[in-house]
Design a protein around this ligand. Structure first.
Ligand code: 2IT
Length: 445
């Protein structure tokens, strides 16, 4: 590791003890940015790097709620308001038992650069709770969401901080959160994105992360004069992101052969297509967090306790959670002929896996390839401000344009030779420059 990166990381680790995921996310960015900063001393002088890794504000709170048996449950809630240099804090809420401050700081930090890449005026933030929806009733989920918003409402607002969904937070949860916000503030306003389509939500928002990811893959393939037609794709996850990706991949003539959950993965040799794709939504709504149901329903093999990365494919798209694809998995994929790993989940690949894939095949980092979700959230905010609604064609057209522009930015800052693009470097530098320049303009705040 470069000496200046090493010295910087030592301080980060000392000041943020035990926050492994946050260290990993910072290191990846700093490795890309450090050489750029050395060449542009204005950033160094203004201590932009030291400032950008410190959240502007971190809120932690108690979330008490009453379960169906009348027992009191206590969860912990968070909102990390990381950076508002280019717009109001923007980023999802994650409800999952694995949520810690480290996880939300890594996600909030990534969100700064991702949101900058979209070209829209969006700052970076992230929040959530260690709430586990598995086995909970709909009314328990509602009471939890209401309690969460009873505290969060005083920290957010349409021009301050605009949360959205992430793992464990979809249309249903956004609805319950929004209802409580509206009751407390007596205001109908665009404080959350991912709202229902008939009460301020944008068309294409549910599909946006998956669609955007596939548009980005199309652009990557174009640089090699290839298309998605006839390609075999392995997906992990079965939630909102995997659903959107599967829909678009089918439309463009690719075949999705795997899905996965915490319980294992399914292999569908005929392809996850047609009605089978919408079955993902039923699995998500069941609160069971299980993909085996797909195998039972469609009579395909299920591999318990395993991840789908030993299945032969042209393209692998992790769509589930952080660090779900490691160096061994990347080696297996490459050995089996995989030509492209698209990290649609946030930090879905370990640092070693991402480096190997960048070197040997093609690799796209989450902050570039999954930016379509937050991009359409930005478009939802625009529609809310203008009090109007765009058609799905209009939103989809803008999403496509944004993903193409992000790809162009990655190429601009990440091209390392005639036929090699380092998308990690490209995305990090392109995302950084805009935020850093805004921080310079706004002084030491
Ligand atoms: O990781 C992400 O970009 C999201 N969960 C979506 C954030 C948003 O504000 O739409």
């Amino acid at each position: 590791m470069d000496e200046s990166v090493k010295a910087f990381m030592e301080k980060v680790i000392e000041r943020n003890p035990g926050e492994k995921e946050f260290h990993q996310a910072v290191q990846e960015v700093v490795e890309s940015i450090m050489p750029y900063i050395e060449k542009n001393p204005k950033y160094k002088k203004a201590k932009i790097l030291e400032r950008i890794i410190e959240p502007e504000r971190t809120i932690m709170f108690r979330v008490p709620w009453v379960d169906d048996t009348g027992d009191i449950q206590v969860n912990r809630g968070y909102r990390v308001e990381f950076n508002s240099a280019i717009g109001p804090y923007k980023g999802g809420l994650r409800f999952h038992p694995s949520v810690t401050l480290s996880i939300l700081k890594f996600l909030g930090f990534e969100q700064i650069f991702k949101n900058s890449l979209t070209g829209l005026p969006l700052g970076g933030g992230k929040g959530g709770s260690d709430f586990n929806a598995r086995g909970k009733s709909d009314m328990e989920i509602m009471r939890f969401c209401q309690s969460f918003m009873m505290e969060l409402y005083r920290h957010v607002g349409p021009n301050t901080d605009v949360p959205a969904g992430d793992i464990g937070v979809g249309g249903r949860e956004i609805g319950y959160l929004y209802g409580m916000y509206k009751k407390l503030r007596n205001e109908f306003t665009g404080v959350l994105t991912g709202k229902g389509a008939n009460w301020g939500g944008s068309l294409i928002r549910p599909e946006a992360t998956g669609f955007g990811g596939v548009y980005f893959v199309q652009e990557m393939l174009k640089t090699k004069n290839e298309t998605l037609k006839g390609k075999t794709v392995t997906l992990s996850g079965f939630g909102n992101v995997a659903w959107g990706a599967a829909l678009k991949l089918e439309q463009l003539g690719a075949k999705v052969v795997t899905l996965s959950g915490p319980d294992g993965y399914i292999y569908d040799k005929d392809g996850v297509k047609g009605d089978k794709i919408n079955y993902l939504l039923d699995m998500r709504a069941s609160n069971n967090d299980r993909v085996e149901d797909y195998a039972k329903k469609y009579k395909v093999p299920f591999y318990p306790g395993k991840r789908p990365w030993d299945v032969k494919c042209d393209i692998a798209m992790p769509c589930a959670t952080q660090n779900e694809l490691d160096e061994t998995d990347a080696k297996t994929l490459i050995k089996n002929g995989c030509k492209l790993i698209a990290e649609v989940s946030n930090m879905g690949c370990t640092a070693e896996a991402a480096k190997l894939a960048t070197e040997k095949i093609m690799f796209a980092p989450g902050k570039a390839i999954n930016a379509g979700g937050v991009a359409v959230s930005g478009l939802e905010m625009t529609q809310n401000s203008m009090r109007l609604r765009w058609t799905s064609e209009e939103v989809d057209k803008q999403l496509h344009q944004i993903m193409t522009t992000i790809h162009d930015s990655c190429v601009k800052y990440g091209r390392i030779s005639k036929d090699k693009i380092d998308y990690i470097k490209g995305a990090n530098i392109a995302g950084f420059v805009k935020v850093a320049d805004a921080m310079l303009d706004q002084g030491v705040v």
